[in-house]
Design a binder for this molecule. Structure first.
Ligand SMILES: Nc1ncnc2c1ncn2[C@@H]1O[C@H](COP(=O)(O)OP(=O)(O)OP(=O)(O)O)[C@@H](O)[C@H]1O
Ligand SMILES: [Mg+2]
Length: 285
């Protein structure tokens, strides 16, 4: 059984006159790392909200089809129950900040306080998660005085600390520089190693290739395709659907077009480097 199953879902927001998700079916397996890609407005955030159970209960509107979480219709869970199982990180980190805490330390601790965790344990976990997300130096700063990128890391920390089984993360790197972006992918990789199920909406193809297991490609609310990163993201036809193709995917397509067949179809940077080296060595002999 899949952890999450979306069966033929069509969803229209209350104020909209057309659906934002159309006849979408999808299975999410436990412990895998998925990335949702697609151009602006293709429905990535809407799908994230569907997966975390906020559609239709919180957003209202009209949902046809069903979303099954861990064997039960997601509408049958209470909000509190779901919040313990599924952590959600907003596309805009500003929305995540509570506004009632004066320091980053207190902000990160907030969720645990709500669950009545013992003070000593809270301090230990906050220190650990601040270390993991590289915000230890910001512990006494005011959350609203941070840069967008710093706020994104604080938002991530304040969810990771709750230790949910599933993390739904909506464009967590939009305000981060390349170094911060790579850091976030490394944090997500660690979470995956802890057997978390991860659903990320993201644009940065070159990093998606290196870290993700599967991609979910959306186009105008429809599922264009889903599956293994290597085969899907080397298809240059994706350009026509508003997606960037990773550099290694473009190279792979160009080589194949020129009759050079790469044995290993992986478009991860190092795999491609090895494959190309092999081809070159064969030619030398
Ligand atoms: N609360 C809402 N009410 C009405 N329509 C909405 C709402 N949120 C999103 N939409 C519409 O649903 C469609 C999908 O939007 P969504 O935000 O899911 O796309 P996205 O892929 O996340 O875009 P982006 O890359 O800009 O974050 C868009 O046409 C958008 O205008
Ligand atoms: Mg979005």
């Amino acid at each position: 059984m899949s952890l999450i199953e979306i069966n033929d879902a069509t969803y229209t927001y209350p104020t909209a006159n057309r659906p934002s998700i159309k006849n979408l079916s999808l299975k999410i397996e436990e412990g895998k790392f998925y990335t949702i890609v697609g151009k602006n407005g293709s429905g990535k955030s809407t799908l994230c909200n569907m997966i975390r159970g906020f559609i239709p209960n919180f957003y209202k509107g009209k949902l046809k089809g069903e979303i099954i979480f861990d064997g039960k219709n997601i509408e049958e869970y209470s909000t509190g129950e779901l919040a313990l199982k599924i952590g959600y990180i907003f596309q805009n980190p500003f929305n995540q900040i509570t506004g009632i805490k004066d320091t980053v330390f207190e902000e990160v601790a907030y969720g645990l306080e709500n669950f009545g965790v013992e003070k000593k344990e809270i301090i230990r976990r906050v220190n650990d998660v601040m270390e993991l997300t590289d915000i230890t130096h910001l512990r006494n700063a005011n959350p609203f005085g941070l840069s967008g990128g710093q706020q994104q890391k604080v938002a991530l920390a304040s969810i990771i600390i709750l230790n949910p089984d599933v993390l739904v993360i909506d464009e967590p790197t939009s305000q981060l520089d390349p170094h911060g972006t790579e850091q976030v992918f490394k944090i997500i990789k660690k979470l995956k190693e802890e057997k978390k199920t991860i659903i990320l909406a993201e644009h940065k193809m070159d990093l998606i290739i290196e870290y993700t297991d599967e991609v979910i490609i959306l186009d105008d609310g429809k599922l264009l395709n889903s599956g293994d990163v290597n085969s899907l993201l080397s298809n240059i036809d994706l350009h026509n659907h508003g997606c960037l193709i990773p550099q290694t995917g473009i190279l792979m397509a160009a080589l194949e077009k020129n009759g050079i067949n790469i044995e290993n179809k992986s478009i991860k940077f190092n795999d491609m480097l090895n494959s190309i080296s092999k081809v070159l060595k064969k030619e030398e002999n």
